[in-house]
Design a protein around this ligand. Structure first.
Ligand SMILES: Nc1ncnc2c1ncn2[C@@H]1O[C@H](COP(=O)(O)OP(=O)(O)OP(=O)(O)O)[C@@H](O)[C@H]1O
Length: 249
């Protein structure tokens, strides 16, 4: 479980995150949702240590990340897997080299062990016989799968996904969402997904945090989201035409 407490972050005189608290649970995808520019990515960066909050704490299963020493930070970082926006694969590396990269950097595994682990992860995300392909030779959905394989190759306890569906068609998006959900359950990870995709919200939104102008305005699940009574959340949810058409019935 990850617990965040009073996370506050400004850039210059612009307050981007204002006292955000909440929890992200194990074994299910935890979604951070909200409109563009509302602070979701900055919050994600503050949680994983890519941006230091001005105030606040992040606890990884009780470990206070920012109060911890260098060793603790290294320990926690080793337990984090990240699926970056757009996949962020290395264009000049093969699929196999991309997935192996965290093992090259973080472990002393032998090459045959690494290949075995890479093959296991590629199989887990439904990709086989693509090891030697370059990213430019595979589809957007396959790139996301490669990104997921790379994110889980080091057996993380925590998985972070920034807009995993960006640039994908609706059907492929559902497959990627389901894959993230299955992997999260199978490996009992704490998974945090940043998204503004209502399809994802209604598909895998068992635990949702709604960020509005840098504040955590609501937490709940997909069953509660349509009757929160919060205008800002309704405006976000029903901006989606499908959701709006269901509301009018
Ligand atoms: N390094 C930075 N320096 C200055 N301002 C920043 C920086 N990073 C983010 N911001 C600002 O913080 C605000 C929140 O940005 P953030 O990327 O978190 O939004 P978001 O909710 O993830 O949006 P989107 O859904 O469009 O990705 C924006 O106004 C952005 O311009």
């Amino acid at each position: 479980m990850i617990k965040i407490q009073s996370i506050t972050k400004s850039f210059g005189d612009k307050l981007v995150l204002n006292n955000v608290s909440g929890t992200f649970e194990k074994g299910k995808p935890n979604l951070i949702i909200g409109a563009s520019g509302t602070g979701k990515s900055v919050l994600l960066k503050c949680i994983v240590g890519l941006a230091k909050p001005d105030m606040g704490q992040v606890f990884f299963d009780g470990r206070d990340f920012y109060a911890g020493d260098r060793d603790l930070k290294i320990e926690v970082r080793r337990e984090i897997g990240m699926l970056f926006q757009g996949g962020a694969l290395f264009d000049s590396k093969t699929v196999e080299q991309n997935v192996m990269f965290p093992l090259d950097v973080l472990t002393r595994m032998k090459l045959d062990e690494k290949i075995e682990r890479v093959n296991f992860c590629l199989k887990r995300v439904g990709l086989e016989n693509v090891n030697k392909k370059m990213p430019s030779e595979i589809s957007g959905g396959m790139k996301k799968r490669v990104g997921i394989a790379r994110a889980i190759v080091n057996n993380p306890n925590y998985l972070f996904c920034d807009e995993p569906n960006s640039g994908l068609d609706p059907q492929t998006s559902v497959l990627i969402d389901d894959l993230i959900q299955d992997i999260t359950q199978d490996y009992d990870m704490t998974t945090v997904v940043v998204t503004h995709d209502m399809n994802s919200v209604m598909g895998i939104g068992e635990k949702i945090m709604f960020i509005y102008k840098g504040q955590n305005l609501w937490e709940g699940n997909k069953n509660d989201i349509t009757h929160s009574g919060i205008k800002e959340l309704d405006d976000f949810v029903f901006a989606n035409k499908v959701m709006n058409s269901l509301r009018e019935k």
